[in-house]
Design a protein. Structure first.
Length: 327
């Protein structure tokens, strides 16, 4: 159930966009077309091989009113050198700000970037991904079309470290998503079948600041962030390809520290999100949390046996999905 409490935020847009799909600002004889400023925020860490293509794709996108803000989060490779060289060499038609400082993690970095952003709209990007042509405009148009929502997200293609396409979709190739649920039952799909990957979200800056931005106690922010927005009824799926999600051997979700803390973090997120939802969805989130908990059926003299753990987790997740389907 969506949270209807709190202030209402209205993007500087019409209830119905004009024929071009772009916001119309003002009224009467002084009305004029104005595309809202989009701040593209990039937390960069140890992606010297990929960050140049990421920045090139932002400049190449045909959306005209944008800025780039990059924080190098204490990279130990040549990422900062690549960024600074790129910034010195590009034509400045798109403003770019670059900050370098010691490593603080992706969630703290995203919050810093959010505070630095000047745009009414914000598009977060991973420094190893890249935008597809028209991606920014597609999201801006979708967000302008319905003032009910404060955030939209789309799909991505999946590429390897060399840029070769591996899957044509993160949602229905790399992962298995129920697209019908994404459109009609978004919260249920996000709760029971987290499959979103890549730089595919655009949101209105002010409401995100009002809920505290990203949760800084997490290594990976995405599931928590999406669940919080969906709980407020702020989030909408748009069926279009926005960017390329890159698979390589240094992806954050493959980091040994992230993997070792994976179930612990997911349990924390599910328990926290249960406070934002009511009724059936709260129960489903508690089941999800239990599925990520210490495998109670697998305890033998203080040691874990993996088969009972996998069976218990599978049973709990199937039960949660079945409950969601009843809604």
């Amino acid at each position: 159930m969506a949270d209807s409490n709190g202030p209402t935020y209205v993007l500087n847009r019409p209830v119905e966009p004009d024929a071009s799909g772009l916001p119309l600002v003002g009224a009467g004889p002084t009305s004029h077309r104005q595309e809202p400023l989009v701040s593209i925020i990039i937390p960069a860490f140890n992606h010297e091989r990929f960050v140049g293509q990421c920045l090139d794709s932002v400049v190449a996108d045909d959306y005209p009113n944008k800025e780039i803000i990059v924080i190098d989060d204490g990279s130990s490779d040549g990422t900062l050198d690549v960024i600074e060289s790129w910034a010195d060499g590009h034509d400045r038609a798109t403003p770019i700000s670059v900050v370098s400082r010691p490593n603080r993690g992706v969630t703290r970095t995203l919050n810093e970037l959010l505070l630095m952003a000047r745009g009414e709209l914000v598009l977060p990007m991973a420094s190893d991904d890249y935008l597809l042509p028209g991606g920014v405009r597609a999201l801006v148009t979708a967000l302008a079309a319905d003032p009910t929502y404060q955030a939209v997200f789309g799909d991505c293609i999946v590429v390897d470290k060399s840029g070769q396409m591996v899957f044509p979709s993160t949602l229905s190739g790399y992962r298995r998503t129920n697209r019908d649920w994404l459109v009609r039952r978004l919260a249920d799909e996000l709760i029971t079948n987290w499959t979103v990957a890549g730089s595919a979200m655009l949101y209105v800056r002010e409401p995100i600041l009002s809920i505290g931005g990203y949760s800084e106690d997490l290594l990976i922010e995405d599931w928590d962030f999406y669940l919080r927005l969906a709980a407020k009824g702020w989030l909408r799926f748009v069926d279009c390809k926005v960017s390329a999600y890159r698979l390589h051997d240094t992806n954050q979700h493959l980091n040994p520290d992230t993997v070792s803390r994976g179930d612990i973090e997911k349990r924390k997120v599910a328990l926290r999100a249960a406070r934002y939802y009511r009724g059936r969805r709260r129960l489903i989130l508690l089941l999800e949390a239990l599925s990520f908990s210490a495998p109670l059926l697998g305890l033998r003299r203080g040691k874990l046996t993996h088969l009972p753990r996998r069976v218990a987790k599978k049973v709990l997740k199937v039960t949660a999905r079945a409950l969601a389907a009843l809604g």
